[in-house]
Design a protein around this ligand. Structure first.
Ligand SMILES: Nc1nc(=O)c2c([nH]1)NC[C@@H]1CN(c3ccc(C(=O)N[C@@H](CCC(=O)O)C(=O)O)cc3)CN21
Ligand SMILES: CC(C)C(=O)C(=O)O
Ligand SMILES: [Mg+2]
Length: 276
């Protein structure tokens, strides 16, 4: 009889306990093959609603649906085994009431098997975050620049330089922390504020455009690999430039097809059976 050691997936509470121990590593993932490549290196994989813009070419994240998040959440769960997988709740799936939020969060967890959900919002969503947290749904918050509110804010702009903006983000983060979120994404704000918030909360803060003072970092994977290049926020670093590499590979393929040099002999089945 063989004894098999089952490596369990990281839980939301295990992520929370990394705060103060070491920085938390997070990237977005939208598909099984990318999740498989990221899994060994990331504590958290976020199935972000940024997939609307990155994968589907939408103008914003507002048009993303539950069905899209479920399909991609399933793919990322199939491709990964160790990382804690968090799925973004899409716009319109949680703002109406805490009951609506629970129904859709439960659906995301049941249909994908993800470990937690993320939703954007501050004080106005605190009751919802508490409702979910107390009923078995680990919640990641998201404050500062909130892309689902782009139609109300009029654009993607970093926040927190004025006393008013800083105080709003401070209060939002505190409210979501008090409501029981295990972690909070802080997007698009200045270092002193991100540092102060990170030091004062129980939740693990995950920064994107919020300095190195957060408890962890997240980037959109297609941004950091240099695949998505429609726009480049200041906070993006290209750790690879795959767009030119893909361009070269596809140009080579096209040239070989036109020259009939691909497929070659080794890619061709002959009448006499050969080993595959
Ligand atoms: N590919 C991609 N990466 C992201 O980080 C991302 C998405 N898509 N889609 C959803 C949101 C939208 N995000 C964005 C989009 C644009 C800026 C941007 O243009 N920022 C400017 C503004 C500077 C300012 O005025 O404060 C920048 O230069 O960083 C920032 C975040 C972050 N999220
Ligand atoms: C960038 C992260 C925080 C996100 O919300 C997304 O990818 O949708
Ligand atoms: Mg998002």
């Amino acid at each position: 009889m063989s004894v098999q050691t089952i490596q369990k997936r990281r839980t939301a509470s295990a992520i929370r306990t990394l705060k103060g121990e070491r920085p938390i590593v997070c990237l977005t993932a939208y598909t099984a093959p990318i999740a498989k490549l990221l899994d060994a290196h990331c504590d958290l994989l976020l199935v972000g609603d940024s997939l609307g813009m990155v994968v589907y070419g939408m103008e914003s994240t507002v048009g993303v649906t539950m069905e899209m998040m479920i399909a991609h959440g399933q793919g990322v769960m199939r491709g990964s085994k160790a990382a804690c997988v968090v799925v973004d709740m899409p716009f319109g799936s949680y703002q109406e009431s805490k009951e609506q939020a629970f129904r859709n969060a439960a659906r995301l967890m049941q249909e994908t098997g993800c470990s937690a959900v993320k939703l954007e919002g501050g004080e106005e969503l605190a009751e919802t975050v508490a409702f979910l947290s107390r009923r078995g749904v680990p919640v990641m918050g998201h404050v500062g620049l909130m892309p689902q509110s782009v139609n109300a804010t009029g654009g993607y702009r970093s926040l927190g330089r004025s006393d008013e903006e800083a105080e709003k983000i401070r209060r939002d983060a505190r409210a979501i922390d008090d409501a029981g979120a295990f972690s909070i994404v802080i997007e698009g704000t200045v270092e002193p504020l991100a540092r102060e918030i990170s030091a004062s909360l129980n939740a693990a803060t995950i920064g994107i455009g919020a300095s190195s003072a957060c408890d962890g970092q997240v980037l959109v994977v297609d941004d950091m690999l240099g695949i998505f290049t429609d726009f480049k926020p200041r906070f993006v670093k290209h750790f690879a430039s795959l767009a030119p590499e893909i361009d070269r590979a596809v140009a080579d393929y096209a040239a070989e097809v036109k020259a009939r040099t691909f497929p070659a002999e080794e890619h061709t089945f002959q009448m006499k059976r050969q080993k595959l």
